[in-house]
Design a protein around this ligand. Structure first.
Ligand code: PTJ
Length: 259
């Protein structure tokens, strides 16, 4: 994909496509992940390949929610690692450093590949060197989430099992719903405003993963600088997810009808 010149109008999109293809070839990404990425590309096209205003509001509310959390956990799968591993590490470092690998198509081979990828980071990422990052879910997934029959229900006790806020990029609806039923707040990143995940989550950021992860980090840094009280942060978390999703649907519909 390095063959694509930066001046190409679809450079970023082609770069991301290259990342998922590479990750598939190296065994990190599931075959189904390629299909999921294509679906994401379609929705991204429909929202204009830019972060919508309502997504920026969702990002701000999410940043405050993550800051207030006692045990926030970032749940990652093949696609999110392929597209934004380093950005997710940087975001985790602004929180408690917890990243949990949780795969829908769970195989030991994929888990080991992913473990190796994170281990490679240990030598060259400052956040690793400073012991800010903990990777959970590979060797310690010994708790079972209620109402999730497939392997995705196996989670780490220090991570998702006891988390109060879980950030879930590219999630499947079943688990998002089960996390909510466990009493957790779920922040989803999903380009499809109609997905069950988008509809069930506490806050849904309808934006492309690689665009919005750095924005969440920036927002957290920005809010930290303001030294806000917990009450003030709590006010910022107030977000009407249904209304926001309807706004996204209107944005897409206006685009399709040339309004
Ligand atoms: O790595 P695994 O084994 O955990 O498998 C992960 C996949 C993604 C295959 C699995 O979770 C899955 O099948 O997901 P779904 O049900 O296809 O949902 C993925 C959602 O993510 C869809 O609604 C897509 O629109 C959305 N999506 C895809 N790419 C992006 C995205 N959202 C944000 N940014 C993207 N880059």
């Amino acid at each position: 994909m390095s063959m694509v010149p930066e001046s190409h109008p679809r450079y970023k999109s082609l770069l991301n496509r290259g990342k998922v293809v590479d990750a598939f070839e190296s065994g990190v990404l599931a075959k189904g992940g390629l299909i999921a990425h294509g679906r994401g590309e379609t929705y991204d096209y429909l929202i204009g390949e830019t972060t919508p205003k309502v997504a920026k509001e969702a990002i701000k509310a999410s940043a405050a929610m993550l800051m207030l959390a006692k045990n926030p956990v970032i749940s990652v799968n093949g696609n999110s690692i392929a597209l934004a591993k380093d950005e997710l590490i940087d975001l985790a470092a602004e929180l408690n450093g917890k990243i949990e690998v949780n795969l829908f198509y769970r195989t030991e081979a994929r888990e080991q590949k992913i473990k190796e990828l994170f281990e490679k980071n240990e030598s060259n990422n400052e956040n690793y060197k400073n012991n800010k990052i903990t990777i959970l879910g590979i060797d310690d997934a010994n708790k079972q989430m209620p109402n999730v029959d497939h392997l995705r229900g196996k989670v780490s006790e220090a991570g998702i099992y006891t988390a109060d806020v879980v950030l879930v990029p590219l999630e499947d609806g079943d688990r998002a719903e089960a996390l909510i039923e466990m009493g957790k707040k779920v922040i989803a990143i999903d380009l499809n405003p109609l997905s069950r995940t988008a509809q069930k989550s506490t806050i849904t950021i309808v934006d492309e993963l690689t665009r919005c992860i750095p924005l969440i980090k920036e927002e957290i840094i920005n809010l930290k600088k303001q030294n806000l009280s917990n009450e003030e942060l709590n006010q910022i978390t107030k977000f009407d997810n249904n209304k926001a999703l309807n706004e996204i649907l209107k944005l897409i519909s206006d685009k399709l009808t040339n309004k």
